[in-house]
Design a binder for this molecule. Structure first.
Ligand SMILES: [Zn+2]
Length: 371
């Protein structure tokens, strides 16, 4: 399939600017003052909702978006230089890192990555044993600690449920804006069914880019119906809102309730952007420093300052987002190295005062606090 470069670049810029990025480039005065401002206007952690659960520890979550047996930017950004297949050796190393630090959160598996086909069938240009190995690692090594969600179906062109073709000129964010609720239910149900077919039970969904932000009521209701259809799940959640470490953080939000089913839909935001997304830097030599600076902004080396401390003090959920392709960093694995440093520092600084939890657990604690 062919995607025009302009369109892809627009999408990427939009994603980068609106949803995740910008961390290093725009860090400024706001970053240092935000903690104080938030702390002075908002209740303290102990009084707020997601603050603490029954363990008394502060919950942290790590979100990894765009997971796939291929590097999704290979097609999304024509000309982007990366090994097309993400080797199983790397996927295993990521799982080892999750294991070592007992990281929990959410990991995306794109059901139809890069419009190459369905992961429960086969993907064009991807050897079947490579696909199966990826899915096995996800089931056995990642799913025990991370909610696995789809990120709609393709994270690219929308899929036409009637014809089985990809709509090259309508990306999924444009699609959901104009789609009927019934069509969205069907679309999400297919995403959940594909993951279920490979042995994965999704607790919620992730938006590609900021898809659905303009039609969030319809989105949340469609998610509720799709989760009910496939799983009869009473608590479900979605990841749509993301603030960088210099932006005003988001709270969790009960977006929709269905009293007849006893069903609740919670929005779980990320409040620290992808500090490992170093691929846009003009000079590759700048990458390690960019990543190191990002880590310092989240938790300073002495642990006294940083975004995470600010989020805790102001009662916002400590949810950090990164991407499969940032961890991979075009085959250099620089992002994964950075994640290791960050996880180590968090452990050292916050010790027994925090715990990594799945995003569904974040959602559950918030919903209970609001009930
Ligand atoms: Zn994504």
């Amino acid at each position: 399939m062919v995607i025009s470069k302009k369109k892809s670049m627009n999408k990427m810029n939009r994603r980068t600017l609106l949803k995740y990025a910008g961390t290093g480039m725009v860090a400024g005065a706001f970053a240092s003052s935000i903690g104080k401002v938030m702390a002075s206007t908002l209740p303290l952690t102990g009084e707020t909702s997601v603050g603490r659960g029954f363990t008394g520890k502060i919950p942290f979550s790590l979100i990894v978006d765009d997971g796939s047996p291929v590097d999704p930017l290979f097609y999304e950004l024509p000309g982007y230089e990366t090994p097309f297949l993400v080797p199983a050796k790397f996927t295993r190393r990521v799982a080892d890192t999750f294991n070592k630090f007992d990281l929990h959160g959410k990991f995306t598996i794109i059901p139809m990555p890069s419009c190459l086909g369905r992961i429960d069938q086969s993907l064009k240009r991807v050897p079947q044993d490579h696909l199966l190995e990826f899915l096995k690692l996800m089931r056995e090594r990642v799913a025990p600690r991370f909610d696995i969600t789809p990120e709609f179906l393709t994270h690219l062109s929308s899929y036409d449920l009637k014809t089985g073709n990809y709509r090259r000129h309508m990306y999924e964010d444009t699609w959901i804006t104009q789609a009927s609720k019934e069509e969205i239910v069907e679309y999400f149900s297919l995403a959940f069914q594909i993951l279920r077919n490979v042995g994965i039970e999704s607790t919620g969904i992730t938006s590609p880019w900021d898809s659905g932000i303009d039609v969030e009521d319809k989105y949340a209701q469609a998610l509720a119906d799709a989760q009910w259809n496939i799983f009869k799940r009473k608590l479900t959640w979605y990841f749509l809102y993301a603030a960088s470490d210099t932006e005003k953080p988001y709270q969790c939000n009960v977006k929709y309730k269905n009293p007849e089913r006893g069903q609740v839909v919670v929005s779980v935001p990320a409040n620290a952007g992808d500090i490992f997304w170093s691929m846009d830097l003009a000079d590759k030599k700048d990458r390690p420093k960019f990543i190191k600076d990002g880590i310092d902004r989240l938790v300073s080396p002495d642990g006294k300052t940083g975004r995470i401390r600010q989020l805790i003090d102001s009662g916002f959920p400590v949810v950090i987002v990164t991407h499969w392709q940032s961890l991979y960093t075009q085959g250099t694995e620089l992002g994964l190295e950075g994640l290791t440093v960050l996880a180590e520092r968090i452990q050292k600084v916050f010790g027994s005062g925090f715990e990594w939890v799945k995003c569904s657990e974040m959602a559950r604690r918030y919903a209970e606090s609001q009930a």
